[in-house]
Design a protein around this ligand. Structure first.
Ligand SMILES: NC(=O)c1ccc[n+]([C@@H]2O[C@H](COP(=O)([O-])OP(=O)(O)OC[C@H]3O[C@@H](n4cnc5c(N)ncnc54)[C@H](O)[C@@H]3O)[C@@H](O)[C@H]2O)c1
Length: 439
């Protein structure tokens, strides 16, 4: 597509970041931003803060920082709001999550302890492992939506926000598929009034956000905005949506390794992935109904990278297995093992073993920052509905119906950067490069 400069509203004033869930990921995100503002830590892992973008030809030597190239909100303009099932403030929640070393946590204690969560919209059927204590008690789900709308508007006024973005950093909900209530906005609204069991809390938050003219990013594999009803609302309210499920840890590595094996036409007979994880997320995912939501998201990545329908001899019989085991001693320090059975020339078998000793929330937090800033950018640029260019951040990228998602991290990165170039009226980079040799 030809690049032409799009009108992007300036990022003036405060950007309100509405965090649904104030657990390990959300508190690690806030802590990292505040530590970066104080200069005590670098925002490592964040493309918006540390990434550069090449413009023009390789010989032009033009590679500005992304945040200097495109108008993004600054870290000093962010203000946070949150909801959680537990009343712990940001500092207490971060201590419980146990991700951030205590000495660092104490340097940002006042920033975190000022973040008091609002009472959550809760339905036990969707997260059975947690006992919500800090929750709204109202007669039905439409009342919950209205209470959330009031929270959002009060937050906007109190913090004098110019713009808002909502991002789901809450637990993974029990598995659900598109039901009649999700097929049209009118049906969703009737379902909310009728207190339908088919409407999970995440849909109520997303509904409330969009009603307030605020975009919604989905960090969990929950169905939420991947439904006709909420996409209809996004169009009506001109707001962006994106999802699903932050791409970190094992799946991040999978979408780095698999494109390489495919590029060399190496066959894969099996890919066995298992994780041990001991945080609250691991506890919730120990429930088979919640694990099913995560499993679908984690399993989906290989198909569109390997394309077994085009390469049946190489990937037609691939056995792909993913497990998550709740193991409390590890806390947030997840260990992800992969065993990949590869087939090469002469049909000879080989094996690849990966043992990723990662920190889940340390990998997720910079994605929250980038998504908040890019969702705000999309909104100011008038982009509404699904933001496929943000696939880079998700395990299970949301796409328009009928389009398969891109899982290859390198294609996703190119798509993201070309979108930034497109928005700024810069030439897109195809990596063809013949012109260097033709003149
Ligand atoms: N950390 C990662 O690498 C990673 C990667 C992909 C996705 N995720 C997803 O991000 C989410 C957050 O992960 P985490 O490690 O911070 O989990 P966490 O359990 O520490 O935090 C989630 C918080 O959400 C709260 N919550 C649950 N339902 C809620 C509701 N209806 N309203 C308000 N709050 C609610 C819980 O009380 C909890 O404090 C999870 O869904 C997880 O699967 C995390």
């Amino acid at each position: 597509m030809e690049s032409k400069k799009i009108t992007i509203r300036k990022p003036e004033g405060k950007l309100g970041v509405l965090l649904v869930g104030l657990g390990a990921v959300a508190t690690t995100f806030v802590a990292g931003v505040e530590a970066a503002k104080k200069g005590v830590r670098k925002p490592i892992g964040s493309l918006t803060q540390m990434g550069h973008i090449r413009l023009g030809k390789r010989t032009d030597n033009k590679t500005p920082l992304v945040r200097e190239f495109i108008p993004l909100a600054g870290l000093n303009d962010l203000v946070y709001g949150a909801w959680d099932l537990f009343p712990d403030n940001g500092y207490e929640a971060a201590c419980k999550a146990g991700v951030i070393p205590r000495d660092l946590l104490d340097q940002i204690k006042t920033d975190l302890s000022g973040l008091e969560p609002m009472k959550a919209a809760y339905d036990k059927n969707y997260v059975r492992r947690l006992e919500g204590k800090h929750i709204k008690n109202v007669p039905n789900k439409m009342d919950l939506a209205e209470a959330l709308i009031k929270d959002i508007e009060d937050f906007r006024t109190k913090n004098n926000c110019n713009r808002l973005v909502m991002i789901w950093c809450g637990s993974t909900e029990a598995y659900c598929t598109v039901q009649n209530e999700h097929k049209a906005l009118k049906a969703l609204e009737e379902g909310l009034k009728a207190n339908s069991a088919n409407i999970p809390p995440s849909m109520i938050y997303a509904y409330a956000a969009m009603k307030c003219g605020c975009g919604y990013a989905n960090g969990a594999p929950n169905l939420t905005v991947d439904t006709p009803a909420l996409l209809e609302l996004a169009q009506e309210k001109n707001v962006p949506v994106s999802g699903k499920d932050f791409k970190t840890g094992q799946t991040l590595l999978k979408t780095i390794i698999a494109p390489g094996l495919r590029a060399r036409y190496l066959g894969i007979a099996g890919w066995y992935s298992t994780n041990i994880l001991g945080n609250r997320d691991g506890e919730v995912l120990d429930d088979p109904a919640n694990f099913k939501t995560k499993e679908e998201s984690k399993l989906s990545v290989l198909d569109t990278i390997l394309q077994p329908h085009i390469y049946p001899e190489l990937y037609g019989n691939l056995y792909h297995k993913v497990r998550i085991n709740y193991y409390p001693p590890r806390g947030d320090n997840k260990e992800g093992w992969d065993n990949i059975d590869i087939v090469g020339w002469l049909g000879m078998p080989m094996q690849l073993k990966i043992d990723f000793l990662c920190r889940d929330s340390i990998l997720a937090a910079p994605l929250v920052l980038d998504l908040v800033l890019f969702m705000d950018l999309a909104h100011r640029a008038g982009l509404r509905g699904i933001q496929e260019w943000l696939s880079f951040y998700y395990k299970s990228p949301q796409t328009k119906e009928g389009l398969y998602p891109e899982h290859n991290l390198f294609i996703q990165e190119m798509k993201l950067k070309n979108t930034l170039r497109y928005l700024m009226g810069e030439e897109q980079i195809t990596h063809l490069g013949l012109d260097y040799y033709q003149s």
